[in-house]
Design a protein around this ligand. Sequence first.
Ligand SMILES: Nc1ncnc2c1ncn2[C@@H]1O[C@H](COP(=O)(O)OP(=O)(O)OP(=O)(O)O)[C@@H](O)[C@H]1O
Length: 543
Amino acid sequence: MDRMLRTGFETAGAGTSSAGGVSVLSERTNSERRRDDGGADSPSGVLVGVSPVLSTISAPDARAHAVSSAEHLGLLHVLVVDDDEAVRKACCEIAAGMGFEVVGAESATAARAILKQRRIDLLLLDLKLPGGGGLPLLEQVKALHPEMAVIVMTAFATVSSAVEAMRIGAGDYLTKPFALEELTAVLERTGQQLHMDVQSRQLRERLRTQQGMGGLVGRSPEMEKLYRILSKVAYSTHPVLILGESGTGKELVARSIHFNGPNAAKPFVPVDCGSLVPTLIESELFGHVKGAFTGADRAKEGLLASAEGGTVFLDEIGELPLDLQAKLLRALQEKEVRPVGATQARPISARVLAATNRDLATMVEQGRFRKDLYFRLNVVNLRIPPLRDRREDIAVLATHFLKQMEKETGVERSFSDSMLRTMAEYDWPGNVRELENAIERACALSSGPVLHLGDLPTQLQNFRMQQGPAIHAVEEDGMGRETVGASQGGGIVSIAEMERQAILGTIRQLKGDKLMAAKLLGIGKTTLYRKLKEYGITEGMGD
Ligand SMILES: Nc1ncnc2c1ncn2[C@@H]1O[C@H](COP(=O)(O)OP(=O)(O)OP(=O)(O)O)[C@@H](O)[C@H]1O
């Protein structure tokens, strides 16, 4: 065992032996004693594993300091392995104060037993353990639990073993004696890293379980082609230009590229170039220094810099004014931005993805978009086809949105055949967004578990009407099967007959819901009942 360390805690431990040997508590005593002696406080704060050098931080202060600096750490499990009881207990106390769940072990054997029984996320390991030391334990841990974070503790004399430990897989090391701040800093750093690792693992798991890929739903050949390109570009750093009509999922594709890439844990910063106030676009994108313009009462970081190693998604890039296109190009080429009013540029490290529903090539020809910027952004392009060109995705997407609503509302619903048919035939000019909104609306309006035509927005109902009586004139063939209403007189159907077929067909489709049928047909309830009376139908029709 390291002599300096033992000496330190023998002294420090004096005040704690009966109280469980928590060294920080004893240091408080020492601190007080030192102050009484007129000694100066150590500028380095509490030292762990060293003789009573004392400090400006008392035990409760130390804990408060640790807790406040790491409040955001969730429940991570720490195992402290050190045969020196005082050091072990001090580390346990500090880590517990930071919000970790902590357990201590005095030997490699005790540590192995604990590792077999419970989940450990972070191992704080003294390399100088009796009976073989900590390196064999570290090797074993890394082989069995490669995701476990390890911080090794070592004495000056054995720094070479710390190097060896890092080679085996330790993430950090502390040289004894170390200050409280060093321990809290390394624990906090490692804790944050662990959180990021866990989050990105969870995210990837979530993405993998979706139909389609990366949160994108759809199994049409067009989408399969898109997924193939997407999985390739996700791991590169090239700019990608995402093209597609409004609502086709350009932002979702951008997110998917980011969250499937190596920097998924870094920020994803969407910038809607179309909605930025023209006079503020430059400062929004590049930032500004204090006093750069009236109202700039403090410096502000720009969106390009704030992504810090992550992804900036420039949506509606076609809307960016020409002068800012030039500045953006310079920023991308030089990999640095100059905040408004600044004399110095600052480096940027984010990947850039851009999207537009405009025809950028034509805009370039017309001189409305810079050719050099177009080439810069268009290293790889991904074109998302409109929904009408991949109709097989409509039902899959509709079902996906219905399931989402089910999760939100707890109500299980299904589509009527006629609603599904209408959705499959409609052109969806607003693409997936329009479909998503239509399903949400239908769920909000519907009174029963089956969603009907009448629950769809007016444009879809009008579309259905324009398609002629085919669906509305659904009649039964006497065997309970739906058939399209037969026309009479060589394909010519009288208006009265069309009306009759439309009314009866709709009521049947809606399983007798006359109120909804009237709503869908755009006639009053009284008119509907009068018509039914004319047809000689006064009851039935499914109700
Ligand atoms: N393939 C898909 N799978 C699941 N949801 C999708 C898909 N495509 C789009 N969406 C959903 O449709 C909505 C619109 O998508 P998004 O905002 O990505 O479209 P966009 O092309 O960026 O639209 P705009 O051009 O108007 O900005 C979002 O709620 C998105 O989650």
